[in-house]
Design a protein around this ligand. Structure first.
Ligand code: ATP
Length: 324
């Protein structure tokens, strides 16, 4: 391996910059050249390549988002698109890749490496924390802390006005952010994509809270919850339960941004460092992940096929008890 290409793809996640920095500096330290590919697979097709040196990643560890930008690229889903991207990599002398992204990014990397035999070691970067082979994905910790900060603020106004708030958080298929932010924010109920919640059961729980003199209520709803999102749940609850003034807050994209937490900075650094060392050691078609505080490699195909958040039922049960 002489020249490593690093890029971010799919949704951005806080901590990606720490990872880019680690890839660049580890590669250079070990005598390799490193190229930054802008806008993920789209940049690979459009030849958006920049030679990186140790100074080109200064002052980025503390930044949210990704300095290499990210994109979703339709052309890369076709063989012709990947062939063009590969030819551009060959022309630029790039002979190994570190893709940072979610399972879609991994699928693209898996196909490219299989079809053209280019080594790849992927890094799990997504706030959803739903990738097999890593206890945590890059960005999840920061996103959850952002949600908690918002819940704390909402709690202040909810308690002052005896309000019931439905707060919708990110997680189309994964309830990880909702569950953990719900526990940490003391939510009265948590609705997740992985588990159906009947509206009548929710109302019953809220009635019990009202009877026990709760002055405010916060219900966290993951966007992928089967009841159709916070507005729908609020509307249906309002039809039968009128004890509180009911409000809805959709946190939306603010959950993606912000200064990465120390956890995500350390995780991004460890994963980027390990990805480059693994490539140089001859590994390919793997994902680096954190398991039990150790960096481990998982087969890329396994990471893609098993991707999902395994609902921690015990946490959900505990959250119900702690919210009485
Ligand atoms: P997030 O979890 O944040 O959504 P992601 O990496 O899963 O991140 P996607 O949009 O699914 O995000 O994938 C990123 C890019 O990877 C796509 O825009 C596309 O270019 C490429 N990609 C996804 N799936 C495939 C596939 N099956 N074959 C080739 N390329 C793919």
């Amino acid at each position: 391996i002489n020249k490593i290409g690093v890029f971010t793809s799919g949704g951005d996640a806080p901590g990606m910059n720490a990872c880019i920095r680690a890839v660049v500096r580890t590669g250079i330290y070990l005598g390799k050249q490193v190229v930054g590919i802008h806008q993920g697979y789209q940049g690979m097709i459009d030849k958006k390549f920049t030679d990186m040196d140790a100074r080109s990643v200064r002052n980025i560890i503390q930044l949210g988002g990704t300095v290499l930008k990210t994109a979703r690229c339709v052309d890369f889903r076709t063989y012709e698109g990947r062939e063009k991207a590969y030819q551009n990599l060959v022309d630029a002398g790039i002979d190994a890749l570190v893709p940072i992204g979610g399972d879609g990014t991994f699928s693209g990397a898996e196909e490219l490496s299989r079809e053209f035999n280019i080594p790849v070691i992927c890094v799990p970067g997504t706030i959803d924390n739903d990738l097999y082979g890593s206890d945590f994905t890059l960005g999840y910790d920061t996103a959850t802390n952002t949600v908690i900060e918002a819940i704390d603020k909402i709690r202040d106004t909810a308690a002052s006005h005896d309000r019931l708030f439905f707060v919708e958080v990110m997680g189309r298929d994964s309830g990880c952010i909702a569950l953990h932010a719900g526990v940490a924010g003391g939510a009265e109920a948590i609705l997740l994509p992985e588990k159906e919640t009947a509206i009548d059961d929710l109302i019953h729980k809220l009635e019990e809270g009202a009877l026990s003199k709760k002055s405010s209520c916060i219900v966290i709803i993951a966007e992928g919850d089967k009841n159709g999102g916070a507005y729908n749940v609020a509307k249906r609850v309002k039809e039968k339960f009128n004890f509180y003034d009911i409000k809805v807050t959709i946190l939306g994209h603010l959950q993606r941004g912000g200064t990465p937490s120390s956890f995500d900075r350390v995780l991004g650094s460890r994963m980027g460092y390990a990805a480059v060392k693994s490539l140089i050691a001859g590994e390919t078609r793997k994902m680096v992940g954190l398991r039990g505080n150790e960096i481990q490699l998982t087969d890329l195909v396994d990471a893609i096929h098993n991707h999902s958040f395994k609902l921690e039922e015990d946490l959900l049960d505990m959250a119900t008890i702690l919210a009485i």
